[in-house]
Write a protein that binds this ligand. Structure first.
Ligand SMILES: C[S@@+](CC[C@H](N)C(=O)[O-])C[C@H]1O[C@@H](n2cnc3c(N)ncnc32)[C@H](O)[C@@H]1O
Length: 197
């Protein structure tokens, strides 16, 4: 399994030959997630929880778009917390060990991290997070057939059916492009907006 240290982030985010995640790609995802959340909430996003946030690359993009929102990142990488914790409000933790949670969040993000999380931890974390979801969760997951580039060590290959089942069991309903609503917004998403249930 990867160490998620400086060398890891230098390689996959900054090295000209290896990088798979660019600032532009992160910005596109952040724009998408924010727009979907605000569409269903019918107001600006005020609170964001980003689990498996790494160096917190989403934080500056979200703060630029919505300077008043409160961002909290959580990641198990001591390096990321040491280097960016104060500046970007990142706490040490993991999907199965979520510190200092608030009662609810307008936007919950787990981007490019779900497949590194073991099954039990993933299911437990979803049941803790879903009841706290006031708006939209951006849960970026790919089925095992997807042609993924990047750090494949420590990945847990899973089917689309598996992800659908654990999201549904946690009370999350798909509304397209890696976005899901929780129970407060089930009624806001109409039949043709849902993906396969
Ligand atoms: C490819 S990086 C993604 C970082 C960031 N979310 C992004 O979109 O750029 C994968 C991240 O997953 C984190 N991670 C690994 N295992 C985890 C776990 N059990 N719970 C939460 N995060 C985890 C790693 O520390 C790493 O920061």
């Amino acid at each position: 399994m990867a160490a998620y240290d400086k060398a890891y982030f230098d390689k996959w985010y900054r090295h000209p030959e290896h990088r798979v995640i660019t600032a532009a790609k992160t910005a596109r995802k952040a724009h998408l997630a924010l727009a979907v959340a605000e569409y269903y909430l019918e107001r600006p996003v005020r609170t964001v929880l980003d689990v498996g946030c790494g160096e917190g690359q989403w934080q500056p993009v979200l703060k630029k778009l919505r300077p008043r929102l409160r961002y909290t990142g959580i990641d198990p990488s001591p390096y990321a917390v040491r280097r960016f914790g104060k500046r970007r409000h990142i706490l040490l933790g993991s999907f199965g060990n979520l510190p200092d949670l608030e009662e609810s969040y307008d936007l919950i993000i787990c981007s490019d991290s779900l497949y590194y999380i073991p099954d039990d931890e993933l299911i437990m974390g979803l049941h803790i997070l879903a009841p706290r979801l006031a708006g939209v969760a951006f849960l970026e997951a790919y089925p095992q057939e997807a042609d993924l580039r990047g750090d494949t060590s420590g990945m847990h290959p899973r089917s689309a059916a598996f992800y659908r089942k654990i999201f549904r069991n946690a009370g999350l309903r798909p509304c397209g492009s890696h976005c899901y609503v929780g129970p407060p917004l089930h009624g806001a998403v109409t039949a043709l907006e849902y993906g396969a249930l």
